[in-house]
Design a protein around this ligand. Structure first.
Ligand SMILES: [Zn+2]
Length: 132
């Protein structure tokens, strides 16, 4: 007795010959045996959520010191109209302001301090006090 219906065998889909049931390709004709490879195109969208950590690093101490330079620079400039020596301090404070990258305010302060020094040396304060 010959049992042709063997569970370990199947027939080729192309040539019809008996091949192994788990055969992917027919050993006779080489035809693929109905194993559909589902190639699932898995599109993985990688979303890289970058936390934007904004670190506000503001040199407030430096800005505050520059403001103090400008403030005292103008104070000494005004005083320099009457006491010329003090106007030199205004020029120094102006130059310090320039070195702190506040060129506009520093240069303006130096110019006015020089004017105050000149006016103070030429007797602006004496004329001012004598006018009182
Ligand atoms: Zn075949």
């Amino acid at each position: 007795m010959e049992n042709g219906n063997d569970s370990h065998t199947k027939f080729c889909q192309k040539c019809g010959k008996k091949i192994l049931a788990d055969a992917t390709f027919c050993p006779y004709c080489g035809a693929a045996q109905g194993t559909v490879n589902n190639q699932a195109t898995a599109s993985t969208t990688t979303e890289q959520a970058q936390p934007q950590s904004q670190a506000p690093v503001q040199p407030q101490a430096q800005k505050r010191s520059v403001g103090a330079f400008v403030t005292w620079g103008w104070i000494t400039t005004v005083i320099g109209l009457f006491i010329p020596i003090v106007a030199i301090a205004g020029i120094v404070l102006g130059s310090l302001t320039v070195t702190r990258k506040h060129t506009g305010a520093g240069v303006t302060l130096i110019v006015f301090a020089c004017i105050a020094l000149y006016l103070g040396l030429t007797g602006f304060g004496q004329g001012f006090f004598s006018a009182l």
